[in-house]
Ligand binder design. Structure first.
Ligand SMILES: Nc1ncnc2c1ncn2[C@@H]1O[C@H](COP(=O)(O)OP(=O)(O)OP(=O)(O)O)[C@@H](O)[C@H]1O
Ligand SMILES: O=C(O)C1=C[C@@H](O)[C@@H](O)[C@H](O)C1
Length: 300
């Protein structure tokens, strides 16, 4: 009973990369291994019951310690074991896939929110194809990159091409579509996405700025302007863009808040969340939307 109570309260965990664990100093390692044993004995029994279909609720799932989040604060004692997230993700995908009826999933969100990273994982789990609408536009523009399109023809031209791309994509089935960060501003784009299910990846601006500053703003023309260091410049630009668009993202059918996931997991830093854990939350939010949809259909 006690083990079940522990696991029920547990959601899913952070990235754990054993390579990085090996590189940690001995004192940390010793503590890590002690905590690992504690975590294993607590959690090896029943895994994230809430994430498994009812028929599988009591199934034993192996703990996967193959990943290590560099930022995971083992030293501070805020440690989470990593269950086989991929297994749980696959199970949840199989559970909801029939209710999707082939509809596309449109990921919307700010630049750097993880639409591509999470989208690829979702597509694989659902046996869908993945497509990035920016890449689609680039292809339609004869191979010119988004920054080149902005530079040569301006943002308006890019937005028209983006709408054209979404129109074409709206005729497809069984795709996870990573939309451009600004696709949400045009109502006509929402019409295109109506055939599918839209999911907003809601990531705090600080985390976005950090991710983008780490990789550079080269491929993101709207972030090129402004004074200051890479992080501050990116943060300022993202803030003013979000000011204009925040409400538009909220039109999505489902919202995945990384802050909420972190809170559920008792994790202080959203950058400790693995893309698989975020994909899993996306599936749960989609499931919630599908349930609401079924409820509405019963009423009418
Ligand atoms: N959960 C995560 N934790 C930490 N970093 C992440 C996470 N997800 C994605 N990233 C990193 O953030 C950056 C942006 O991710 P990604 O390209 O998936 O975002 P995007 O929403 O598709 O961005 P854009 O709309 O600008 O193309 C990448 O460097 C990626 O590795
Ligand atoms: O947020 C935006 O407006 C953009 C995001 C990118 O995905 C690209 O679509 C382009 O750089 C514009």
């Amino acid at each position: 009973m006690e083990a079940r109570a522990v696991v029920k309260g547990f959601q899913f965990c952070t990235w754990i990369d054993s390579e990085k664990v090996k590189r940690r100093p001995p004192s940390g390692l010793a503590r890590f291994s002690r905590r690992l044993k504690e975590e294993q004995s607590k959690r090896h029994v029943l895994v994230a019951a809430a994430h498994l279909p009812k028929s599988n609720r009591h199934r034993h799932v192996a703990v996967d310690y193959n990943h290590w989040n560099p930022a995971s604060p083992v030293e501070s004692g805020n440690f989470h074991a990593h269950f086989d997230e991929s297994y749980v993700l696959k199970t949840k995908s199989q559970e909801i896939e029939p209710y999707l009826k082939g509809r596309c999933i449109y990921l919307v969100g700010m630049m750097g929110s993880g639409k591509t990273t999470v989208g690829k994982i979702l597509a694989q789990a659902l046996n869908y194809s993945f497509i990035d609408s920016d890449t689609f536009v680039e292809h339609e523009a004869g191979g010119k990159t988004v920054p080149e399109i902005f530079k040569l023809y301006g943002e308006g031209f890019f937005r028209d091409k983006e709408t054209e791309a979404l129109r074409k994509l709206s005729m497809m089935q069984r795709h996870v579509v990573s939309t451009g960060g600004g696709a949400v501003v045009r109502p006509v784009n929402w019409k295109c996405m109506q055939n599918g299910i839209s999911v907003w990846l809601d990531v705090p601006l600080e985390a976005l700025a950090q991710r983008i500053a780490d990789v550079g703003t080269g491929s993101r023309p709207l972030l090129h302007q402004g004074p200051g260091d890479a992080y501050s410049k990116t943060f300022m630009r993202l803030s003013s863009i979000f000011e204009e668009r925040g409400d538009a993202y909220a039109n999505a059918n489902a919202r995945v808040s990384v802050e909420n996931i972190a809170a559920k997991m008792g994790c202080r830093d959203v950058s400790n969340l693995s893309p698989t854990a975020i994909a899993l939350e996306a599936l749960q939010q989609i499931e919630g939307f599908l349930e609401e949809e079924r409820g509405r259909a019963r009423v009418f």
